[in-house]
Design a protein around this ligand. Structure first.
Ligand SMILES: NC(=O)c1ccc[n+]([C@@H]2O[C@H](COP(=O)([O-])OP(=O)(O)OC[C@H]3O[C@@H](n4cnc5c(N)ncnc54)[C@H](OP(=O)(O)O)[C@@H]3O)[C@@H](O)[C@H]2O)c1
Length: 298
């Protein structure tokens, strides 16, 4: 990268999260290259009353890319990594940093086989963003990312400097990632019942949620995440305090009949539990149900 100039940036997967990142970069004059699956002239982000339009075009063919960039934000769903591999091949060189904007704790292992060059950095995405029926994306919180405190993360922090997306380099990244995973794992229950947060007001669902969270906590600790005993109750409290109609992306995907990110959000707990000889009886019921729901109605 030329130290005098801004890094060249591409966003692969211009959906809810990708559009938000593209918008905050565009606002400060660093419009990224947009690489997607669906052809569109521009992207639009709604933030309160503000509408930010990011000029396209959205590239849809990796053959159009003739040189690597300094930084790639990979914002496809975890179920879409393989399909996006040609973008990674075209956009990455040995020095390229690939920031994976996906839920879970396995970003490195999942992306590395499809990204032979470049340095992969997992990110925790803290802001909710939702695609709207008119094709725009609504940002529903302050844009914020956590990254591991590592040299490659600094490339990302510098690229985002001056934007309104706050980037934190976290010494306790593993702990933060597992805590978020526990929250995402519980949200999987909503995809199974096809209900929103209101369901956590039921005493039976509260008991199931706490039992599931204890199981996830044991696995998280075995993986080295130092999470306290209070975490399960704190996560349940948060769901119970949410508006009853608050949904989650895995529920939205279920309602739309799309594949679910069940493996990175729920399957990981049984897989890692098995590796540590930790019994995961609740996961053993939930995971096959989520996997089957992900296959569609037939
Ligand atoms: N949304 C949130 O609030 C939120 C919050 C925290 C974490 N996350 C995580 O962030 C990740 C991204 O989620 P999201 O909500 O932004 O998903 P999304 O809205 O579905 O966006 C995914 C984007 O990737 C595009 N895409 C799919 N296959 C592609 C391919 N082969 N090449 C290029 N682009 C491709 C999709 O194109 P189409 O438009 O053609 O479908 C879509 O624009 C997920 O892991 C999610 O769990 C999301």
């Amino acid at each position: 990268m030329n130290p005098e100039s801004s890094p060249s940036v591409a966003v692969v997967g211009p959906g809810a999260i990708g559009t938000t990142i593209a918008a905050v970069l565009h606002e400060v004059g660093r419009t990224p290259l947009l690489c997607g699956r669906t052809s569109r002239g521009h992207l639009a982000l709604r933030d309160g009353d503000r509408l930010i339009t990011i000029p396209g075009p959205i590239r849809t063919n990796p053959i159009q890319i003739d040189h690597p960039v300094d930084l790639v934000f990979l914002a496809v769903k975890a179920t879409q990594i393989e399909a996006a591999a040609a973008w990674l091949a075209a956009l990455t060189g040995p020095e390229t940093v690939v920031c994976v904007l996906q839920n879970g704790v396995e970003q490195l292992e999942r992306v590395a086989p499809h990204c032979p060059r470049g340095r992969i950095v997992p990110a925790i995405v803290w802001f909710p963003a939702q695609a709207q029926p008119d094709g725009s994306v609504r940002l529903r919180g302050d844009a914020r990312l956590s990254l591991p405190d590592a040299p490659a993360s600094r490339v990302i922090a510098e690229a985002m400097q001056g934007t309104r997306c706050f980037v934190e380099l976290a010494a306790d990244f593993k702990c933060l990632a597992w805590r978020k995973l526990l929250q995402n794992a519980v949200a999987g229950l909503m995809a199974l019942t096809q209900r929103r947060s209101g369901m956590f007001g039921r005493s039976d669902i509260s008991r199931l949620t706490l039992g599931y969270l204890q199981e996830c906590l044991a696995v998280a600790r075995a993986e080295g995440a130092e999470l306290g005993d209070e975490v399960p109750q704190a996560i349940l409290d948060k769901f119970q305090a949410s508006p009853a109609d608050m949904g989650t992306s895995i529920l939205t995907d279920r309602e739309a009949g799309r594949p679910l990110e069940w493996d990175i959000r729920n399957g990981v707990v049984s897989r890692r539990g098995q590796a540590h000889n930790i019994p995961t009886p609740i996961s053993d019921v939930l995971v096959p149900l989520l996997a089957a729901a992900s296959d569609g109605p037939g």
